[in-house]
Design a protein. Sequence first.
Length: 251
Amino acid sequence: MPIHVYGASHVGKVRKNNEDTFWYAKLPSAEHCQFAMVSDGVGGKDYGEIASDTAKQVFQEIVNDNKLAHAVDETTRTAMLDMSARRAHQEIAKLGQQNKDYAGMACTLIAVLADPNCVGWVNVGDSRLYHYSQSSLTQVSADQTIAQTMLNDGRIKKEDLATHPDRNTLLYCLGVEAINQPIAPDSNLLNWQVGDKLLLCSDGLSDMVNSEGIARFLENNPQNATERLIEAALEAGGKDNITVIILENSA
């Protein structure tokens, strides 16, 4: 198998239920292409787990019905992922409109479609994508949060980001929109090589384990690294649900 993948999720030590979901699968018409996603119910809102599970169901339908077949072509990969994210957003919003109990429910999304040469990714919210190559870890996605925007604008310093009160205040999420501010999925391509790894995670990991700690565990195989990262987040306090998927380029 050219791409090895493993994922797991843990409720953590504080929350009573797990609002994270994850899923991964190969494309039916292109087994060399691996899809993976993590979705996190937003900020303790009611029915966050319904929102994240709906996002998963939408992508399961899209993948299983072979609707990402055109995304095998690198030139259309980001566009197809962007459209899929917007469809998930619409489905979650529709459920919120149909059932008043679900009104306002939302979730984040980080998703990839990878072949042994190229990775397409899409991000909404603050779940993250990291690229591990030659013992070096790079955060690929940028958090769509108020604090990150303030950092980008030079209003706060990088060292203040991890403790800023708005570090988890989202600008965008699937299911809800600010007035006159529709969601804006962030998507792009990256190249990876044999031996490289991708890490998708919810903020239950990234808020508990810093980049240096994450990189240290990624030296292991995907299953071992996933399990050890979750253990590290729990040892650090486990204040949120923790979800991790790791893909390894083994072509």
